[in-house]
Structures are given as C-alpha cells and as structure tokens.
Design a protein around this ligand. Structure first.
Ligand SMILES: Cc1ncc(COP(=O)(O)O)c(C=O)c1O
Length: 489
C-alpha cells in the first residue's frame, strides 16, 4: 500500500475520541443508577408485547450509533428489572453490588485477561490465589485448602460433587448416594441430575422444627442404604439456607461424616460470607471441618453477578478431578502443560478452560474498602433482620415462623377469625399488593407446607426506617385483605 493512501480502518475499532465519548456516557449511566436506585420502584416489569415492540429487531446488518443503543438500554432493560441491588429489595437473596466492583468488571472485560492458566495470567492467577487464601482462612479451613472462582453457587455446588465423586469413588457409580436436607437449595439436586445421579441416589433428608438437617434421620438413611447395597459417599450441609437462614449442625455432621468416611460439602452460597462477621463466625462454628465449601460473593459479599467460589480442603484433589488427560486430546495445550508443572492452572481446578478474571472485582473492592467495611456491611443484614423480628412481635399482629437468623426472618399474619387456608391466600395477596405498590419487594416461601413471608434485608445501605415503613405497608395490606375476607363470611 502506498504511504499516501489513507489507512483503512480495521473492523470493529474505535478512535480514542469515540472510546472516550462512549465510555463517559456508559460511566454516567452507571453513576446515575447508583445515585437514583433508591428513589425507584424495586421491581418494574414490561409486558412481552411491549418488549418485542421496543427491542426485537432483525439482524443488524448496518450500524446504529452506540450512544443511541445506550439510550435504548437505559429506557428499557435497565428501567424494567427486579432491582436486586435496591436497598428495599428484601426478597430471595438480594444482590447489593458496589461501584468499585462494577469498575473491576469493566477493567476485567476491557483487558480481557484469560485466567485459565499461569502462563496466560500469572499475576491474575496470583490475585485469585490470594483472595482464595483470604476466604480459606476466614472459613477456618487448613492451609492445604484453596479453590476456584466460578459463576455462582450452582456451579460451585456441582463442581464440589465432581471433586468428591472423582476422588472418593473414582468416577461415576450408580450405587453411590448423596444426602442433603429438604431445605437444601434446588441447585444441588439439579447439579446431581446433570452429573447423572438418579433419583434414588439423591436423598433429601428431613429437617427438625428449626429447619436444620436431622442428624439421626441422616444416620438412619445412611445405614439403610448401606444395608441395601448402596454406597453413601457425600453429605451436603447448609450454612444458611435460602429459605430461613438455618445452619445445619456442622459439628455433628462433620463427626458423622468422619465416622462414616463421607465427604462433607457445605453449601454456604448464601451464608458462608457472613463468617467475616463475628455473629456469622459464631453461627457457622464448624464450617472449617468441611471437605468443600460453596461461598457466593455475589450474595452477601456485595459483588455484581456472577461470582461464586468453591473452596476444597485438599486443593490437590481438584486437579485429580479436573485434570486434562492424554486421551482428552488437548494436544495444543502441551506447551502450556510443559511450562506450568508447578504453578496453578485454574483450568485444572474447574470445568472451564477459557475463563475470565472475574475475581478482579472482589479483590479490588476488598482492597479498596478494607475488610472492616465489609464486616460493617454484613452486620447490617444481621441487625435489620433483628429489627424486623422485634417489630413484628411488638405489633402483636404477626406470628414469627422462623426467628431472625443469618439475616433472614419469616412471618405470617395472625389473622384472628381466619382459617389457615384463608391466611395462606392472604399471604399471596400481600405479596402481590406490595409488588403493585413498588415501594419494596418481599416474597413468600413454603415452610412446613404453608406459605410465609420472608424478609432478607442484607443491602448494606438498607435502613431501619425504610424497613419499618415496609412492615407498616405489609400490615396495611394484611388488614385490608383480612377485613374483606371477614366481611365475606
Ligand atoms: C444456599 C444457596 N445455594 C445455591 C444457590 C445457587 O446459587 P446461584 O444462583 O449463584 O447459582 C443459592 C442461590 O440463591 C443459594 O441461596
């Protein structure tokens, strides 16, 4: 090409000025979101027809100005969402994010670091190892432990079972059995199904009155299965159930697993992060006896989606489970493997080969804020669940179904003069009224076969005043609904 010919622009490239302009607009949108989220409704949903009308297009052969697309996103996608990062979003497991971590995600994808092996991402791998080390120590696991960051709790739980199965059973065994409580998150049985465990290999054991796994019932199930020629190999304990925050008896389960030679996996996707706080550490006593732990920073560690973590007591076992073998024909990885014998290659600790440097956001926010600030943030969830519990009792109108524990309280309208059936219908109606109102989001769950309202106020910017205002709203909806039911009698 002659030098005076204009240089053709390579595909998909932007000038510095264009990158700057687009970046500034996107940054302003995110800052606006952080500043305005509290003034918005907690949930806004668009109808399918409207979504199709506004967003469905044919494949875009020709370009649209990116600034125009950002405006479309601002008025549709970001306006119509379950705002799980809203300080008055008390449903499910809220996902209170933070701005520093959002910057971390931007840096991660902007630099597109391949975090699959040491050669590609030595410093990034070190950061991942360092954060794993912080979490390992916090959970009370020995120095042999380490792990990997994954997309979330579902993937961490599934990966834990892979490690347990490969190293305890030497692979798939149709006689093997995994035990967990009937309060265990659905991701566990789903993961087991994906891994080929049939229904008889997945044993949901009953819980006691406090929704904790019944250790005697578990021991009996294990004995029965052994007598029937099955091969028990793994128990999954909860470190904070999604439903009620219940923590299974970790010491008793660790003792049982030691006696029976079983792998103990602890699903702490929701609750294990609370170990950083003294109240969490006390509630989670025994956590460090697990063979593996799931802990989701995108829940009670205030990270944007997606960030889950698997910790394994003996980290070498992960490589046994996820190694790439000769007959996997990964010949193009031979040079990598030759160079990295002694270093950590995250593709040998989990399912993914290509993986992003997703822990960057956690490292950045933990370093930038300091752990004391995280501890303060976690404390808000404990305190506000207590506040709600006390308010509900004080009102005299609500029954506590499960007490404030690990940042969750569940409750039901007392409803003098109403049948259990009517109160159950009223519970659903209260949820709907609050959703229509939009001030806050509270949902119900089923406990001992009956619906109950469930509050999980773990946003670090959640306030006592707004929580109380929400409880007053719920009370108003309950009184109105109960009044209508009684006049119909
Ligand atoms: C206790 C528990 N385990 C596992 C999961 C699944 O995690 P994820 O949704 O990140 O896949 C959840 C999600 O709420 C959970 O609360």
């Amino acid at each position: 090409m002659s030098p005076d010919m204009p240089t053709p622009t390579a595909p998909l490239q932007l000038s510095r000025a264009d990158m700057q302009a687009l970046g500034e607009r996107a940054l302003a949108m995110v800052i606006d979101h952080f500043e305005s989220v509290r003034s918005k409704h907690t949930t806004t949903t668009m109808s399918r027809e409207e979504a199709v009308r506004l967003l469905h297009t044919p494949p875009p052969e020709s370009p649209t100005p990116a600034s125009e697309l950002l405006e479309t996103l601002a008025s549709t996608v970001f306006e119509n969402a379950f705002r799980a990062d809203h300080p008055r979003f008390y449903a499910f497991v809220p996902s209170p994010s933070n701005f520093v971590s959002a910057v971390g995600d931007f840096l991660m994808s902007g630099h597109n670091v391949f975090a699959g092996h040491w050669l590609a991402s030595s410093a990034a791998s070190q950061i991942e190892l360092t954060v794993l080390e912080w979490l390992r120590a916090a959970c009370g696991l020995p120095e042999t432990a380490s792990g990997i960051f994954v997309s979330g709790g579902s993937m961490a739980n599934l990966s834990a079972i892979v490690v347990a199965r490969e190293t305890r059973l030497g692979g798939h065994d149709p006689a093997s059995v995994v035990y967990y409580s009937d309060q265990t998150h659905s991701s566990m049985s789903k993961g087991l199904r994906v891994l080929g465990f049939s229904q008889r290999q997945r044993r949901a054991v009953v819980t006691d009155a406090d929704m904790r796994l019944d250790v005697d019932a578990l021991a009996a199930a294990i004995a029965e299965d052994r007598a029937n020629g099955l091969r028990p190999f793994c128990v999954v304990a909860n470190a904070g159930t999604t439903n009620t925050g219940a923590v299974d008896p970790l010491h008793a389960l660790a003792d049982l697993c030691a006696r029976e030679g079983l792998w103990l996996h602890v699903d702490g996707a929701y609750g294990a992060a609370a170990v950083l706080h003294p109240r969490g550490a006390a509630a989670l006593d025994g956590l460090g006896r697990a063979d593996s732990i799931t802990l989701d920073p995108h829940k009670w560690l205030f990270q944007p989606f997606e960030l889950g973590c698997l910790l394994v007591r003996d980290a070498r076992l992960m490589k046994l489970a996820f190694r790439v073998e000769e007959d996997d024909h990964a010949d193009y990885l031979a040079d990598i493997s030759r160079h990295i014998q002694d270093d950590v290659n995250f593709f040998e600790r989990g399912i993914q080969l290509t993986r992003s440097f997703k822990v960057l956001k956690l490292w950045l926010s933990m370093r930038a804020f300091g752990l004391a600030e995280f501890r303060r943030g976690i404390g808000v969830g404990f305190e506000l669940a207590d506040v709600a519990h006390a308010w509900l009792i004080e009102s005299g109108k609500w029954e506590i179904v499960t007490p404030s524990q690990m940042g969750i309280v569940t409750f039901r309208w007392r409803g003098v003069g109403l049948s259990a059936h009517q109160i159950d219908a009223l519970t659903a109606r209260i949820v709907d009224r609050l959703r229509e109102n939009g001030y806050a989001t509270v949902m119900s769950t089923l406990l001992h076969g009956r619906p109950a309202l469930r509050l999980c106020p773990i946003h670090p910017a959640a306030t006592r005043e707004e929580l109380t205002a929400t409880l007053e709203l719920l009370t108003g909806f309950a009184e109105a609904g109960a009044g209508e039911l009684l006049t119909r009698l």
